[in-house]
Design a protein around this ligand. Sequence first.
Ligand SMILES: Nc1nc2c(ncn2[C@@H]2O[C@H](COP(=O)(O)OP(=O)(O)OP(=O)(O)O)[C@@H](O)[C@H]2O)c(=O)[nH]1
Ligand SMILES: [Zn+2]
Length: 354
Amino acid sequence: MNLDLLGWRQEFDPYFYSYQQQGFQVGRVIEEQRNLYTIMMGTDTKVHVNVSGRFRYEAANKRDFPVVGDWVIYRQVNQEEKGVIHSILPRFSKFSRKSAGNTTEEQVLAANIDTVFLVNSLINDFNLRRLERYLVMARESGANPVIVLSKADLCDDVEHKISLVQQFAPAIPTHVISVVNRQGIEALDVYCQPGQTIAMLGSSGVGKSTLMNCLSEQDIMAVGAVRAHDGLGKHTTTHRQLVMLPRGGMIIDTPGMRELQLWTNKQVDYNFQDVQSFAVRCKYRDCLHQGEAGCEVERAIQSGQLSAERFKSYMKLQKESQHLERKENEREQLKQKVKMKKLFQSIDRKRKRF
Ligand SMILES: Nc1nc2c(ncn2[C@@H]2O[C@H](COP(=O)(O)OP(=O)(O)OP(=O)(O)O)[C@@H](O)[C@H]2O)c(=O)[nH]1
Ligand SMILES: [Zn+2]
């Protein structure tokens, strides 16, 4: 059993030890499909598992359920390739978002990621504010951020853009790539070493699937197709998965991670605590900081305590997150509608048969 290749860390040992004594096994979740999990326990041993009834009962929150990347303690059923998950080992990093339709529940999307590629294209998509947002998400997750600037072959002021990025985030490793002429791909190998887990963040169309296919040397993801209007995306596989790379690393791609650019208002507030610290002192609780009397935010900008640039970026993200939240709600409603319609159709069909 070679758990190291799957990303096992020594710090997990003490957690697993007592379980091991009781005959439990440990494996890593590589795929999730409607609460059915595929886990790996060696590089070529797969087991299909479910969570135990007790686990389900005790999980108070979606956050408590296993996700791709998790290390889980399970008991194998007889000698079969089946088992039951008993518990999850502590995550050293995780990406999560608010679940749709609920304002408080956290939904974890992927766990135990070492490196996250923040993919920005050097052409249309290039945007330092968005990069700032991804950096904050990466910091929150616990994974190490790496900036990947894609589609170099289409850009004719690469040097200028690199210098902008380096000024903006001097401490973050930055790579320029083009999948078309394989520029910069090999330099990404250092992150794809055996046992290392990677994930990607980036807007639609920046080339995440293309890069993933390139790194995995196979066509896992459908590339370039127009997104479906049902909001489910255009993946060849819609479930959440972890893919082994030929160099030994692993890459996690889940539909949810792709939509992680959806920021909740709460998250915006959380990441702009400097702005918040003034906003809470505004005279009116619903102050929009746009010329109202007793606005502390505007006063702070005037006195130089808060940069106008920073405030502008805060307002922009606020607006964006409200818009996205609205859109997400609409999408949920649409999904419900489609579901209901199908249900009624099937009832209708049954009726006709009688
Ligand atoms: N010229 C050029 N085109 C690229 C490069 N990488 C990706 N593309 C193209 O960009 C388009 C979008 O690429 P995808 O890989 O589907 O983008 P994505 O980020 O996975 O998009 P979503 O799945 O919507 O999140 C495709 O037409 C690719 O062929 C590159 O390095 N150079
Ligand atoms: Zn105000």
